[in-house]
Design a protein around this ligand. Structure first.
Ligand code: S3P
Length: 168
């Protein structure tokens, strides 16, 4: 299947890069968080609060299964935690080419420090939380992807070109 799937830690640029890439590759853009928000008619933060993280994670798996059935050609940004489930990693590999947008914790912190839409970073010491989560997740992202792209200090044009060259 020729979907292109973007994975990586929250704030690594999956949505922004995904939209530009979708234009460049002429494939529609989808974002699993947005699909879930639409289905549930509430924001991810509200969903975590009202139904809990486990419910949200089940919705992520259901969402990937639906995309597999659809047999489409999309650029798909997936929520930062979706690849943590082994089942989802297998499904993503069937769904298309998986691209890991790799960023340093410093870049992520700078991008997210004024953002309040990420329930997992709420509360004390967001910088410490980012560092801890990223070091735990990095090996999982690396193993889940066929293509790795470093995004620090690069402009969008170069990132899109690099992804385009590697996925074609
Ligand atoms: C999460 C990342 C978020 C969203 C939810 C949980 C995570 O998506 O799915 O807040 O566990 O990393 P983004 O990566 O698009 O921010």
């Amino acid at each position: 299947m020729s979907n292109v799937i973007l994975i990586g830690y929250m704030g690594c640029g999956k949505s922004t890069i995904g939209k530009r890439l979708s234009y460049a590759l002429r494939k529609p853009f989808l974002d699993t968080d947005k699909i879930i928000e639409r289905k549930e008619n509430m924001s991810i933060s509200e969903l975590f609060e009202k139904k809990g993280e486990a419910y949200f994670r089940d919705m992520e798996t259901a969402c990937v299964k639906e995309l597999l059935e659809e047999n489409g050609e999309y650029v798909i940004a997936v929520g930062g935690g979706l690849v943590l489930r082994e089942e989802n990693r297998k499904l993503l590999n069937e769904l298309g080419k998986v691209v890991y947008l790799r960023a340093t914790p410093e870049t992520i912190y700078e991008r997210l420090k004024k953002d309040d839409t990420r329930p997992l970073l709420k509360g004390e010491d967001p910088k410490g939380k980012i560092q801890k989560m990223m070091s735990e997740r990095a090996p999982i992202y690396e193993a889940a992807a066929q293509i790795w792209i470093d995004v620090d200090n690069k402009n969008f044009e170069d990132i899109i070109k690099e992804i385009g060259d590697k996925v074609l």
